[in-house]
Ligand binder design. Structure first.
Ligand SMILES: C=CCO[C@@H]1O[C@H](CO)[C@@H](O[C@@H]2O[C@H](CO)[C@H](O)[C@H](OCc3cn(Cc4cccc(/C=C/CN=C(N)N)c4)nn3)[C@H]2O)[C@H](O)[C@H]1NC(C)=O
Length: 132
């Protein structure tokens, strides 16, 4: 189990910054934001080599513990051993994931009005988290 932060009150326009290092033998990692582990606005899941995916970012939502429709992104701006900063923000229509050299959007399918939960899982060593 990785880093889990609960009782947050992140509102539209605010951002969550997760700074960390991707392990040199990483198979994959995930950053989850939402209400709790069963209700996710965004599961941001870069896969180096897992579940049959190679160098693919899989995004999804989760409602009442049920995964939604997966959204596979075209770019994969990660490399083993990279230090990176992942900034997540949202509004009523979509979540935005800003990376140093790329930006991804994912629809706010659940119409969430605040993020109360953050979890980082897998082969990612968190160095710092910042809320602004
Ligand atoms: C083709 C067959 C049917 O279709 C597949 O069906 C699978 C099951 O539904 C989906 O997979 C699921 O996709 C979900 C998103 O939609 C979640 O990602 C879920 O994982 C949840 C989960 C998270 N976590 C923690 C975690 C997260 C990241 C890394 C690690 C561990 C590190 C690995 N490092 C090692 N071992 N060194 C651990 N554990 N489980 C994943 O199982 C596949 O995408 C899907 N593939 C396609 C092409 O459609």
């Amino acid at each position: 189990q990785g880093l889990v932060v609960t009782q947050l009150d992140v509102e539209p326009g605010e951002c969550i910054k997760v700074k960390g290092k991707i392990q040199s033998d990483a198979k994959g990692f995930a950053v989850n934001v939402g209400k709790d582990s069963n209700t996710l606005m965004l599961h941001f899941n870069p896969r180096f080599d897992c579940h049959g995916d190679v160098n693919t970012i899989v995004c999804n939502s989760k409602e009442d513990g049920m995964w939604g429709e997966e959204d596979r992104k075209a770019e994969f701006p990660f490399q083993h051993g990279d230090k990176t900063e992942i900034c997540i923000s949202f509004d009523e229509t979509e979540a935005t994931v800003k990376l140093p050299e790329a930006e991804f959007k994912f629809p706010n399918r659940l119409g969430m009005e605040k993020i109360e939960y953050l979890a980082v899982e897998g082969d990612f060593k968190v160095k710092a988290i910042k809320f602004s």
